[in-house]
Design a protein around this ligand. Structure first.
Ligand code: NAD
Ligand code: TYD
Length: 355
């Protein structure tokens, strides 16, 4: 038995590959292009587990994907591969269209052809699980109830629009061809191996380096924070028990403003890694120009996955944040490796010297 995991060297994908090797007895074929966000060392904890096979390549490379499907005959494909950073999508949507729309479509086509050639039992058991985001639903008003799976699509930035497009294509492949798809729309993840362009690892990294911690606008935007371990457990639940064609929303039931998140990061750091002179890390918080079209609030209603699949988030936000910070403190080599070169160029260009 094997599964094919795309984007398995990125943040969530690598956490999922390690989780899957721990909880299931199956081979995991990982396909990843190793863009700036992909890092093979994220999978180092698997050691030389013979059940893990890594292939560097693009989900849009049809010949490569067809070859992998023919050779390893997976019972499921789990698609994490994507361009994922909203700010980069605002500066240049091209890569987002190329991977999240066009390459995802080519992946779907290759999977459809493979699936159609399976025997009846394998065809019925096969799953294509597509990982998406709550950003496809647009922004919530402060008092509005969290997004259910029936919330209308209203993507507001090029990243969200590209993910929405992929979700629609996955839906169409189920409806038109009967491909047994599953889609998950999750809220903001945090945990080990997250590239420090995203809010939480950026705040930890800058605070530790004594650099300004940039907060967009007034810092009052809110996100629903989901621990990546909880997310991986939810994806496993959907893979193992989800109804083909269904969508499942996954969230942390943990809404916080960006300012509160960054202040909590600073408080924890003050406790476990105090600055020289006992100055608070919070002094480094710096308000910078807001993100264009910045969505004020995302939040997820988890009622469906709780009722149908018995999953609920288990990690308390402060506890999860503390262990995430400890992971970053314990892994300075990982941080050093990913923050050299191209990363510095991005920071200089995007924050214009403010960070
Ligand atoms: P990430 O940016 O850390 O990793 C993405 C991975 O995909 C990288 O390893 C990259 O090399 C790989 N990749 C990119 N283009 C590829 C291509 N064409 N072919 C093969 N591999 C390619 O992203 P992440 O945060 O781990 O997100 C994983 C998935 O979860 C994405 O689909 C994202 O939209 C979704 N998601 C993430 C969050 C979050 O908070 N991080 C929230 C909601 C949804
Ligand atoms: P981010 O981690 O980029 O995730 P997303 O845009 O997918 O929600 O950003 C999380 C929130 O933090 C979002 O409201 C934007 C804000 N933010 C800042 O205030 N400063 C920053 O430097 C970054 C990267 C994000």
């Amino acid at each position: 038995m094997s599964i094919l995991v795309t984007g398995g060297a990125g943040f969530i994908g690598s956490n999922f590959v390690l989780h899957r090797l721990a909880v299931a007895d199956e081979h995991v074929v990982t396909l990843d292009k190793l863009t700036y966000a992909g890092n093979l060392s994220n999978l180092a904890a698997a050691g030389n587990d013979s059940r893990l096979l890594f292939v560097r390549g693009d989900i849009g490379d049809t010949a490569l994907v067809e070859g992998l499907l023919r050779r390893y005959r997976p019972r499921a494909v789990i698609n994490f591969a994507a361009e994922t950073h909203v700010d980069r999508s605002i500066r240049g949507p091209g890569d987002f269209i190329a991977t999240n729309v066009a390459a995802t479509h080519r992946l779907l086509e290759a999977v459809r052809a493979y699936w159609a050639g399976l025997n009846d039992a394998d065809e019925a058991a096969f799953r294509f699980l597509h990982i998406s985001t709550d950003e496809v639903f647009g922004a919530l008003d402060p008092e509005a109830p969290p997004f259910t799976e029936d919330a209308p699509y209203a993507p507001n930035n090029p990243y969200a629009a590209s993910k929405a497009s992929a979700d629609h294509m996955v839906r169409a492949y189920h409806h038109t061809y009967g491909l047994p798809t599953l889609t998950t729309n999750c809220s903001n993840n945090y945990g080990p191996f997250q590239f420090p362009e995203k809010l939480i690892p950026l705040a930890i990294h800058n605070a530790r380096s004594g650099r300004p911690i940039p907060l967009y606008g007034d810092g009052s935007q809110t996100r629903d924070w989901l621990n990546v371990a909880d997310h991986c457990a939810a994806v496993s639940r959907v893979l193992d028990g989800g109804t083909p064609g269904a969508v499942y929303n996954i969230g942390g039931k943990s809404e916080h403003t960006n300012l509160a998140v960054v202040e909590t990061v600073c408080q924890i750091l003050d406790e476990i890694a105090p600055r020289a002179g006992a100055k608070s890390h919070a002094e480094l918080i710096t308000f910078v120009t807001d993100r264009p079209g910045h969505d004020r609030r995302y939040a997820i209603d988890t009622a469906r996955i709780e009722a149908e699949l018995g999953w609920a988030p288990a990690v308390d936000f402060k506890t999860g944040l503390r262990s995430t910070i400890e992971w970053y403190l314990d892994n300075p080599d990982w941080i050093a490796a990913v923050t050299s070169g191209a990363y510095r160029t991005w920071i200089d260009r995007h924050y214009g010297g403010a960070v």
